[in-house]
Design a protein around this ligand. Sequence first.
Ligand SMILES: [Cu+2]
Length: 133
Amino acid sequence: MNPRSLALVLVLSAAPSSLLGCDKAGAQQPPAPAPPASGAAVTGRVVAITAGDSGFVPSTIPAVKGEELILRFTRTTDSDCLKAIELPSLGIKKDLPVKTPVDVPVRADKEGTVDFQCWMKMYKGKVVVAAAK
Ligand SMILES: [Cu+2]
């Protein structure tokens, strides 16, 4: 056996064990950390919105395209009318416990309006997204 073929044998015999080691290392990796709780990772302008007997205050929220908002709804009425809210265009529905702020992140990624409303579609409000300057 000449030195060149010996080297080849060494490479070939080393390959499977290095692959095995690679697999083993992969299997031993800890699972990816759990994603943060809903809303925790979103940063943006917080807009406090009161959901009370007269509906949403404010009911119109101006925004600029590209902006990230956190709509912080606080229900101040015992009325079941506002026990839940929805943002149909974003497919978001959330319960609104009394006097408990509920954050709804909204990415204003296109011009137009993003409507929000009580679950009965009685009270309504909207985020109005304008073009970035
Ligand atoms: Cu309602």
